[in-house]
Design a protein around this ligand. Structure first.
Ligand code: PEP
Length: 253
């Protein structure tokens, strides 16, 4: 049975005290929900707060992840954070290829391939984001685009390596806009991603991979989206910044 995950991407929000409070409150309140062994909640705060958030979360099903890492282990890359650094902090995950990183920091499939390799080599699990812009959906090139993002950055991996990767489908037009993909639109893309995985890696690997939906997922729409056959949870932005809305999403996992 594949793992179900709700991951919160805090982006560049919160100060240290707020991050600590939010993490502790999520951890405490998660005990009131029955979160079975097959489910995971991942918190991805800004880098300076990673360790604080790790220490503030005692719930066994909570994992902590970074929002990015560099493709090199170390060196003269001012301002960057490396996978070995994250590993040394005991981090579990790193988000790679978020559309904001692709848009504002020129990340492309080539650099994301290197980042993925480096993260996996350093024992981190990867939440790998893909997704189309509105123009690509309107031009009906969205399937091709997403398939290319995945094949160019991930499909050199072995099936075993892929076990440490979670795919997050995030249509860019739905991120932070309040405009969610319909459950049918999400399912259609998730099913096509799983089919692609099946063609490349076989049925077993494809069936075992967790594929998350991201883009204006909120408590009121999470149930319908998570209810789709190929949707295994969500990557949450805005609604991950408040305990009630984040928990309100997790309860539909
Ligand atoms: C995101 O940035 O990954 C995201 C899904 O944001 P939001 O939920 O705010 O649309």
């Amino acid at each position: 049975m594949r793992k179900k995950i709700v991951a919160g991407n805090w982006k560049m929000n919160k100060n240290w005290a707020e991050a600590q409070q939010l993490a502790a409150a999520i951890s405490e309140q998660l005990h009131t929900l029955a979160v079975d062994q097959n489910k995971e909640v991942v918190l991805c705060p800004p880098s300076p707060f990673l360790l604080t958030v790790k220490k503030a979360t005692t719930h066994p099903q909570i994992k902590v992840g970074a929002q990015n890492c560099h493709q090199k282990d170390s060196g003269a890359f001012t301002g960057e954070v490396s996978a070995p650094m994250l590993q040394s902090l005991g981090m579990d995950y790193v988000i790679l290829g978020h559309s904001e990183r692709r848009a504002y920091f020129a990340e492309d499939n080539t650099s994301l391939k290197e980042k993925t390799d480096n993260a996996l080599n350093n024992g981190l699990k990867v939440i790998f984001c893909c997704g189309e812009q509105l123009e690509q959906r309107e031009a009906s090139t969205h399937f091709d685009l997403v398939h290319r993002q995945l094949s160019e950055a991930l499909f050199h991996l072995t099936a075993e390596q892929l076990q440490a990767v979670v795919i997050a489908y995030e249509p860019v037009w739905a991120i932070g806009t309040g405009k969610t993909a319909s459950p049918e639109q999400a399912e259609e893309m998730h099913a096509s991603i799983r089919q692609l995985l099946k063609e490349k890696y076989g049925e077993k690997t494809a069936e075992e991979m967790t594929i998350l939906y991201g883009g204006s997922c909120k408590p009121h729409n999470a149930e319908a989206i998570f209810g789709q056959k190929n949707v295994d949870g969500g990557l949450i932005g805005g609604a991950a910044l408040k305990v009630d809305s984040f928990l309100g999403i997790i309860e539909h996992l």
